[in-house]
Design a protein around this ligand. Structure first.
Ligand code: AMP
Ligand code: MG
Length: 346
């Protein structure tokens, strides 16, 4: 009943250790009761959202939150998004919610939009990496909302992957990366949006997009007028986690300038294509994000396709760019950051 995408997840046999399979749980009422008890007692749980799988802990328990950083190998300067299930929880996290933030929340929540607002004193510093602002969102996913409501607390949750690696959009992705470091993985099938939330900071008169994501920037501008886009730089004081190299497979990624620029005769490369080309391609080494070139479908398949290519016996991933509009802006942001590490390598 919880699986919004109606997909089932195959559980791989990892490293020959069968007991790891037990760590993925289907969201029965019993499992959800156990999950909320784990959160209340300071544990960490991987759970599905409409964007990517999150790794959550009680946002008001700094020791539980510290376990998230440890499990992910995430640097402490990279703040977390706090997930809420109803608007009253925003009041406990934010010291002020200005009119624009309230309007955006009313329009896009629950949904893939994160608002960065001034934080209340109750929010532990480890959650915000010492900043005086906190990032908040209400996920559009029944399991996530049930987990937050049942736990009776907002849940701080970054993506449930190792820091810097590709975000998980299936329970098996979580299992493969951090399965031995979490108390439970709740299976919700594939994530319907597939890229992380759009993060927007409301700062006096300014509205700044800190990360393009699941809500197209055009839709935000239609509501509150023009927004600024912060460039991606390491050590950016406005959003410390916006590293130029992120969301990366192990394999070097090269971003082509167009489909005609890709050398499909390379037998050591895998190909990530936006849509089905009009000519033959090596099917066994090619992932097509959306046969008909639909950007929403492409976003939903992006990380899963990168995970798939990253497991192949190839030496590089060559990616076709997608149109930079709607969710295409978030897809290109992720591809550029995945490609950043590969630059200059073979
Ligand atoms: P993740 O949940 O892993 O997708 O990462 C959340 C991202 O949200 C971080 O890397 C930061 O870039 C951003 N973020 C979280 N809290 C804040 C904040 N208070 N101010 C600015 N950016 C934030
Ligand atoms: Mg992340």
């Amino acid at each position: 009943m919880y699986n919004r995408c109606g997909r089932t997840v195959e559980i791989p046999f990892i490293h020959g250790r069968k007991e790891k399979q037990a760590r993925i749980s289907s969201p029965s009422p019993r499992v959800m009761r156990k999950a909320t008890a784990i959160i209340r007692s300071g544990g960490i749980i991987a759970f599905p959202t409409e964007t990517v799988y999150g790794l959550g802990a009680d946002a008001f328990n700094p020791i539980a939150v510290a376990r998230i950083f440890e499990a992910k190998n995430r640097p402490l300067f990279d703040p977390l998004i706090v997930h809420i299930a109803d608007l009253s929880q925003l009041g406990a996290l934010a010291s002020v919610v200005d009119r624009r933030a309230g309007r955006l929340a009313g329009r896009f929540w629950p949904g893939p939009l994160t608002l960065v607002v001034p934080k209340s004193e109750r929010v532990p510093d480890i959650v915000t990496a010492g900043l005086d602002t906190v990032a908040v969102r209400m996920p559009d996913h029944l399991i996530a909302l049930d987990l937050i409501k049942g736990s009776g607390t907002p849940i701080a949750a970054p993506s449930a992957n190792r820091f810097g690696y590709i975000s998980p959009t299936k329970a098996t992705h979580v299992l493969e990366q951090i399965g031995d470091r979490v108390d439970m993985i709740i299976d919700g099938g594939g994530c319907s949006v597939g890229v992380e939330s759009t993060i927007i900071k409301i700062d006096g008169d300014r509205s700044v997009v800190l990360r393009p994501g699941g809500v197209p920037i055009e839709e935000i501008e239609a509501m509150i007028g023009p927004v600024e886009t912060a460039p991606v730089t390491a050590g950016d004081p406005e959003s410390p986690g916006r590293l130029p190299s992120h969301y990366s497979p192990r394999m070097p990624v090269f971003l082509a300038s167009g489909i005609r620029d890709i050398d499909f005769s390379r037998s050591d490369a895998g190909f990530l294509l936006f849509r089905k080309p009009e000519f033959e391609v090596p099917v066994e080494r090619t992932e097509i994000l959306s046969v008909d070139g639909d950007l929403n479908e492409a976003a939903a398949n992006l990380f899963s396709s990168l995970h798939h290519l990253d497991k192949m016996p190839i030496r590089a991933i060559i990616a076709e760019p997608v149109p930079e509009k709607g969710l295409g802006i978030a897809i290109m942001d992720r591809l550029r950051r995945a490609a950043h590490r590969g630059e200059g390598e073979t």
